[in-house]
Design a binder for this molecule. Structure first.
Ligand SMILES: Nc1ncnc2c1ncn2[C@@H]1O[C@H](COP(=O)(O)OP(=O)(O)OP(=O)(O)O)[C@@H](O)[C@H]1O
Ligand SMILES: [Mg+2]
Length: 391
């Protein structure tokens, strides 16, 4: 498949040189069994790459699993990846298979790989080197044939320096590196991406498509985009939902783009504590909570229809299934599987300012801020990391 066909198939917008190179490497490496490490800032679009690789590989008819290493509690990650024996820990009522066993012959995408605890990194290195692993609580060595693709937005070299990531694992994973460029280095793609999202959201919310005027396009192109495509998409969505006038001027656009070079900390006016959140913040919060409720309802319906430990489908914005994966039946199931996925999806609309304001208001107490924002502490923690909030 050539690059154009890949872009069409995977809905990838843009013609930037570095992006094209990343796609090209993905296609070239697909035919092999080499491990691939995908790096790039948060929100640049890393998650489509393992799918490109898998679907262009000889393993395409076998299983593909995506595991978000950052969303799985430390205590269960080994068991998720490698399985466990019955009775190996409290709650291990049955022997169960881990991803490395069920993905035998297929591809495993380890997203946010830098979040893995060091002890899990050792197990991972072993399975990468020898194809061998041992279930938690077992002494039997098992063999598997899994192609591993990993991704991270963390500066891995710094993580190695800090002793958080094993150097040997890094070199093993990084056999083929794929670097996805940040949006500010792809200025030529920004407007095209915005137009695509504007069309998608017009369709989704059954409203006319928003359009930027000439000057607004310049502003969009010259903004730094710390949250990259995820942030651009979220802004396109917010404007699509909120603005009555569908012709977007610079003044309107500026309301949605955080001012650069200015502290994002809220300015507190004496005696106006109640005005702490702006009307826009409140609208976002309500919209966010509404969506979260809908997602919860939806996942409730899914859960009541399928038995625990079955397959959860990840859907894209228009509801098409883009990925299926099995669900585990631990306490935090909701956060690991459906809840986590949908929270990730809906939280895109929650902007950094709102999170900062809430944390500032609660003197940095995450628990109180999470409660106010209507999200779990763990999600808030992830969000702070994702948005690189310097708090
Ligand atoms: N080239 C593209 N064309 C259209 N949409 C894109 C493109 N790249 C990314 N997106 C969209 O941008 C959003 C963010 O992408 P993705 O989730 O892959 O980011 P990421 O690199 O994995 O970020 P993180 O490191 O924070 O997980 C997704 O909604 C994705 O569909
Ligand atoms: Mg990601």
């Amino acid at each position: 498949m050539d690059i154009r066909a890949i872009k069409l198939r995977f809905d990838i917008i843009g013609d930037n040189h570095a992006l094209n190179r990343a796609i090209d490497i993905a296609v070239q490496v697909a035919a092999t069994d080499l491990s691939v490490l995908i790096t790039g800032e948060s929100g640049v679009g890393k998650e489509v790459f393992p799918q490109i690789i898998h679907t262009n590989s000889p393993r395409k008819h076998n299983q593909y699993f995506a595991v978000n290493c950052g969303a799985i509690p430390e205590g269960t990650i080994d068991s998720e990846l490698f399985g466990h024996e019955k009775g190996s820990f409290t709650g291990a009522y049955e022997t169960r298979k881990g991803y490395f066993e069920v993905a035998d012959g297929g591809t495993l995408f380890l997203d946010e790989v830098a979040e893995l605890p060091l002890s899990t990194q050792v197990r991972l290195l072993r399975v990468l080197q020898s194809g061998e692993f041992i279930k938690v609580g077992s002494s039997k060595v098992q063999k598997t044939d899994v192609r591993v693709i990993a991704a991270t937005n963390v500066n891995v070299l710094r993580a190695i320096e800090m002793g958080k990531f094993r150097e040997d694992l890094y070199y093993r994973l990084n056999t083929v590196p794929i670097y996805v460029p940040p949006l500010r280095e792809r200025k030529e793609d920004i407007h095209q991406l915005f137009k695509k999202f504007a069309l998608d959201f017009a369709d989704k919310y059954k409203m006319p498509t928003i359009r930027l005027n000439h000057d607004a396009v310049r502003i969009l192109e010259n903004y730094r985009w710390p949250g990259n495509i995820r942030q651009l998409k979220s802004i396109a969505e917010q404007i699509s939902i909120i603005e009555h006038n569908r012709e977007i001027s610079t003044e309107v656009l500026k309301k949605y783009i955080p001012e650069e070079g200015v502290s994002h900390l809220p300015v507190r006016t004496e005696g106006h504590g109640a005005d702490y959140m702006t009307d826009r913040d409140i609208i976002f919060k309500v919209l966010y909570q509404l969506r979260q409720e809908i997602e919860e309802l939806k996942s409730g319906i899914v859960k009541s229809q399928v038995p625990v430990s079955s397959v959860i489908a990840k859907r894209d914005d228009v509801g098409d299934v883009i990925e299926e994966r099995s669900v585990v039946d631990y306490d935090e199931e909701a956060e690991i599987s459906s809840g986590k996925e949908s929270q990730d999806f809906s939280i895109q609309s929650m902007n950094a300012d709102l999170i900062r304001k809430s944390l500032e208001k609660h003197n940095g107490k995450r628990k109180a801020a999470a409660a106010e924002l209507g999200i779990s502490e763990r999600t808030l923690y992830r969000k702070i990391k994702e948005l690189n909030l310097d708090i």
